[in-house]
Design a protein around this ligand. Sequence first.
Ligand SMILES: [Zn+2]
Length: 333
Amino acid sequence: MMKCRICKTDDATKKNSHQLPSFLSVMVSSGGDYKRDKELMFTFDKYRTEVYARGLSSTKWDETFDDLTEERLQQISINPVSEDYVFCPNCEKMLAEFLESPYSMFFKDCKNIDADIPLFFWISVAWRLSVQEKQGFSFGQELNEKLRSLLHRYLLCKENKEDITNLVKEAGVSYRMVRCKDFCRTHAGFIHCRYDEKNEFFSIIVGDLCVCMNFKGDSIPEHFSLYGLEKDIKNAAVNKGVEKEKWIDISVEDYEDMIYRFVRHAARTRIKGLFEIAEEMWRKCNMFGCMPITKKIAFADMVVSQEAKIGDKYLPEIYIQAFKEVTSNPLYN
Ligand SMILES: [Zn+2]
């Protein structure tokens, strides 16, 4: 049995630990009602798109997928932000009791909470995603361990009702936040993380929120950009866990503009990935030289414009089919 990622002493026996707290998770799953029973989530990187779906209405299923095989059904039922056997029951309970419940109450119902809670909540979110390594980034061993230790000591202090002033100071972590309230109720939400290792600067876009954290101070890196939101982030107040959390509210238009820029960036990344996949298939098939660029473009075009339903796009079968087509058809020379 693996040891718990937080305390490193007890056995990690908890199943279904959410690496993204539920009130954030519901923002990035479609449905619009911020409820947990209906979820549809897409995660993607340069090479793959993964789909997670649960409890959708039959119309939504029909819109999203064609007939699913047993194997595909199993694949799409794996929640990308939940993991088994990573925490012990006590740490999981402390996370919920001291960070997630109070922060979600503060967030949803404006309940008054201790000023350190939001800071450690965001530290816990960033650390969990980094350790899980499923969002295309990792802080590296040293920073992961620093954050783990801070989080563990924080939870213990809270449990023993000890003063946490020194721990907040020692953390030296700051963050700024921008919000587009209720955006995901009417639009689709997503999660996207970026990590600037040199400056220890982490940005996360999750549902209605963008949070930018600095793990070694409170400045913003010189060439920082975040799909057009950089100005708002710069104008946002710095949170250090000593005062009530502050953020800037931005308009739906500005948030949509950010998403538009993000999609353009993601599309460029995806095309690069598709070119690499095509090249790799070319090599594996022992074809002569490099794959001609015209064929690569035809391949990417075919994959992207494939008339599959959204949940069925980017499956390996589609890559193979497109590759066969462009290599056998003399039209693509
Ligand atoms: Zn533990």
